[in-house]
Design a protein around this ligand. Sequence first.
Ligand code: MN
Length: 484
Amino acid sequence: MLHLPAMTKHEMPNETGDKSRGSNAPQPVRSLREWLDHLAARDRLAVIKPNANLRFELAAYAKRLDGVRATVFPQPGGHPMPVVSGLVSDRAWIAEAMAVEPGEVLARFQDAALHPIACEETKSAPVQEVVHRQVDLVKQLPLPTHNEHDGGPYISAGLMIVRNPKTGKQNVSIHRCQLAGPNRLGVLLLPRHTHAFFEMAEESGKPLDAAIVVGVDPLTLLASQAIAPIDFDELEIAGALQGRALPVVKCLTNEVRVPAEAEIVIEGRFLPGVREMEGPFGEFPQYYSDPAKRHVMEVTAVTHRKDAIFHTIVGGGLEHQLLGAIPKEATLINSLRRNFSNVIDVHLSPGGVMRFHLFVKIKKRQEGEAKNVMMGAFAASFDLKQVIVVDDDVDIHNPSEVEWAVATRFQADRDLLIVPDSQNSKLDPTTRDGVGAKMGIDATKPLASPEMTFKRIRVPGEETIDVADTLKRSGTNWRDALKS
Ligand code: MN
């Protein structure tokens, strides 16, 4: 059922030495530890001094190294459990985790979403090696505080797993969880699947069982962000990305099934009829989300590996942005291609917080088509505020290239589309409670134009010339060089 992509040429050694994985071909990553080994072998994992302060100092290191190194913190704030951050701060790293080329990331994700693999229940689970039934979150977990005005310590990289009270189907998503007491968390549930399941439980006056899973591989994190229908278990996408049935285990205090090889599980239940203050919290647009009365989870048990590792995502960093962006891009390209077979690629740009600004590359066939493509994109994702459509000779992963296309192929009176008063992200502070304008920019060149008008200049041989020797001689005294 699963269609694996063509194996890639680059070597990705299997650091775990797991012989059961067979061939030498690159394999998708299956655990946090395997991924840390992979990063360390490529000099992308910085080990920070022991005892970094959980309040701000840990996040300061992680943020300064964002995009360059993942970080590991031994004994953070004197806590015996280490913390990691920045597991994926580059698109190429995600490609490596999937064992595909960077250009294949979206196709691979979409393929996994279309061909999920059911999970396999197991009895022995490393994640249940240590069991705390007397819960004291601060004592048992190293909970960091990231931004200056955050309302307190947060769990920011936890997969929230809940079950549909009617069908029993599981849902996986990431929600910020604020420490609110020794066994109490304040949780932001936006009106999506977890929220829908909670409402079903609350209507009948019942709590909703839940589990927060911390410390999983990048592919499971990515799968949790899939834009899938309700009653579609995102762990089955994680399995498809990993190329196996994901082993899961039943929680000790409820019926939720969690990845057996994760580092930490926080078991509990959302309380019906209870709302308490949560926030502020530094979110992906680089602003604080306001405090308000939000849902409350009571923790019933904490389980973890003997030498568990806690994962934290610093809000607004590249890890935060990329984990959301890849599944959104995969969904957008898929949705656009249903109507526009000539859409080549899409990219949620870093400057647009990988949510609000979309670049679309098309092979233009028809005048005016770029505006239809924009409307298709806006219809597919309400978060989108700006769409720039460019031709197939523009590198949409390079913001300067896109700006060049806008500078030389766009005229505001002809090529601009504005849609006033439409639904946008409530996290964009310029909207009026999520109502704002959308802007589309057609930066494609006209189909009918004199041949040389839009001919991009090019130096023959520039791409292929070998400059390695030249760069080696760069220390040479240039006066001597000219004499010989
Ligand atoms: Mn879902």
